[in-house]
Design a protein around this ligand. Sequence first.
Ligand code: 0K2
Ligand code: SF4
Length: 507
Amino acid sequence: MTAGWAIYAPMRMETRALRAGLPDGDGHVHRTGVGARRARQAFRAGTVPPVMAVAGMCGGLDPELRPGDVVVADEVRTDALTEGAIPATLHLPAAPLLAAALRRRGLTVHVGPMVSTDRLASGAQRERLAATGALAADLESAWVLSARPGAVPACVRVVADPAPGHVLRPITLAHIRRALRSLPPVAAGLAEWSAAATVRQVLLASPRSFCAGVERAITVVEQALDRYGAPVYVRKQIVHNAHVVAALRDRGAVFVDDLDEVPNGAVTVFSAHGVAPAVRAEAADRQLSVIDGTCPLVTKVHSEARRFAGRGDTVLLVGHPGHEETEGTQGEAPDRVRLVPDAAAAERVTVEDPERVSYLLQTTLAVDEAEEVVAVLRRRFPALAGPGSDDICYATTNRQRAVRAIAAESDVVLVLGSGNSSNSRRLVEVAERAGTPAYLVEDADAIDPRWLAGATAVGVTAGASAPPRLVDQTVAVLRGLGAGEVDERVRATEDVHFTLPKEVRPA
Ligand code: 0K2
Ligand code: SF4
């Protein structure tokens, strides 16, 4: 926990509840007094620490808010009609990280704007404030947080007085008790947040995020929706990313695990990871109107599998069992392809004829691990033949090189990507092998502030299926924790682009 941080709350009952959530609460929780005037005066004599939070109770403006719900402000404003209104809105971009830390403590958390007023709001004023989009209102936050403009700020308020009604009208004791019960875990979450407010630099890996195959696969679904209308069926996740899938589902894509779930004749897209010939045959039998989203670099591995198996080789496919890409490649010659997940399996695998053996690689393997596995295979089968050019694709290789570069300079690395994304998981492992703790996160909301405690340099990258905007949001959160510097480490430039399948190609 950083020494220079503090929580400010207006009333004694609030400071008491907040202190109860901190082992060393006395040193960190301070009372300002109630209202704008007292909040403005509270700092005249004292020094304000570089990391400061305002916490306490508030009145709900959004009718969804219940007593005891927590509002984490991403903006703090003053009511424009308030005397002494602060001129500009205060932005608090680390709000999603703090909100997630509080949710993990079992609290119901809402993120949105907080408005500070100089007096208890009347019914008409409440309606006017609610119409501005503010979630809740209080009497101090804006003035407390403007006491030290350069500080790392947070604003967390617990709803004691829900809408509808007058904001901060005389409220029932039961609501106050409910709200006070939420304050100890709020203080504990703020302690985690304060410990992460050491971040000064973000190191961005380049390249990161979407590769050409993912761009193409997503465009295939978008174009299919535009051209043929919803629903468009997609076999499996088009790419392994929950945000991409959710966005396409919103536009009318229907994701299925099996072609059984697709009505006869419907427009059906195959995912970037490719499919076995048996799946193509089934689609043809069902007269599905197929558009193939398979990445051309996966298709290349399929043709190698056909070529090697066709000349009578045993084909050793280095890849992960159960992954859609390996299932698809294996399906090209199920009797001849053997899956080799790791070096131990390479030591055990048997072949019919050691003079007729070749290997292939899943496109998203860790380059260093795959080299080890192939070295074992080569030692055991000196006649081993390989693909003409690397199966591990350019995007995988470049992203791993770039994450290794940032890991060397970072205290911790965050990798944006979904849990089922093989290439994203490999980026975590590559950073860890470089000696730096690394975490896979679906988005900025999934960042646990405890990972960042005491870190000054945080590396950020994204798997090939993770949208770039998730990186932008993560950088914004890290800026909100105090990162003033964002530097990029470029290890390769990419200008690969694949043409679209004819069914969705622009005329
Ligand atoms: O890395 P994975 O193969 O699990 O797949 P995604 O996360 O969807 O990334 C795109 C790569 C697809 C094919 O190589
Ligand atoms: Fe294609 Fe490589 Fe992207 Fe996979 S990671 S979709 S093989 S470019």
